[in-house]
Write a protein that binds this ligand. Sequence first.
Ligand SMILES: Nc1ncnc2c1ncn2[C@@H]1O[C@H](COP(=O)(O)OP(=O)(O)OP(=O)(O)O)[C@@H](O)[C@H]1O
Length: 320
Amino acid sequence: MDALGRVLIVVNPAAQSGAAAGAAERLKRFLTMYCHREAFDIAQTERPRHATEIAAGAAGYDTVIALGGDGVVHEVACGLMRIEKGRRPTLGVIPVGSGNDFARTLGLTDVTDVSGTDFSPLLTSSAAPIDVLEITCRSHTGGTTRTWTEYAVQTISFGLDAAIAIDTHAMRKITGLTGAPLYLASGLKAFGRDYRDFPAHVRFDGGAEKRVRAIIFAIQNGPTYGSGFRICPQADPCDGLLDVCYATGPVPRAVALPVFLSAKNGGHTHNPHVHLQRAKRVDLVFPSPTYPIQLDGEQVGAAEMSIEVLPSTLSVLWPR
Ligand SMILES: Nc1ncnc2c1ncn2[C@@H]1O[C@H](COP(=O)(O)OP(=O)(O)OP(=O)(O)O)[C@@H](O)[C@H]1O
């Protein structure tokens, strides 16, 4: 633990339908056994986006650990990106969420059972930098354009895949499902009643503008989204590139659904409707400001987005 320096743990007590609060209590006991009390502080979020505010004020710490799901990891990473690079703490993750896709990218795949959360990787992890996706968003209301910046560490998507990620928030409240079954339930809804495509204009690395009728359109830093769907199986968060996977229509849902399900194991990549691409920048223009768009599983609304990779920008704890 000494290698982590001064540690701030940011807990989302609402993650995995409230189970993260218990994991935070067990983590406190674990840390008390392995390090001095004064070496770590714990902050609980009180509302959505609070983790960003907490992390943005964490320049005095060496390590900030996000305990929860991809949402709290996303929010902590966004807060850390507000701190200048030289003073920016290292990001650590204790995955206690429903999806845990960023934790999967780091190789923390065996620690997702909330009752038996294994904190031991903290004792042996070491820091190495990853790329971060910087997203310039624009929205137009009346005659005014609003521009703002977001960050993502794992995934950005629009289309049915984003609709699924967004729907999981309501679906878990109704059904109590979690993990892959939760994403599957929302997936079947999106590919049933809500099936459609999403026209958009796309440019890769400033090249010619293409019009696509996207069913799904994902831009990935790590390989998975939606609790383990290997949408860009070759994505590497350390290669300085965005991995893009998009499926274009028109395609009947009876064709699209099995292709989508085959993405669970990366089996979709050879389908003729599926396109894979690597780029450093992707520009997107949407004809409607109401498209479903997700960043690391969190919903955003925008009419235009420019996504750029910031290579080796955020130091992250990796298990050894
Ligand atoms: N104190 C809080 N009360 C209610 N919601 C919160 C609180 N703190 C954070 N949130 C919100 O909870 C949502 C879900 O968080 P998180 O992603 O950490 O867990 P999860 O949804 O269970 O996991 P995953 O994203 O991996 O599926 C996020 O949108 C976050 O903004």
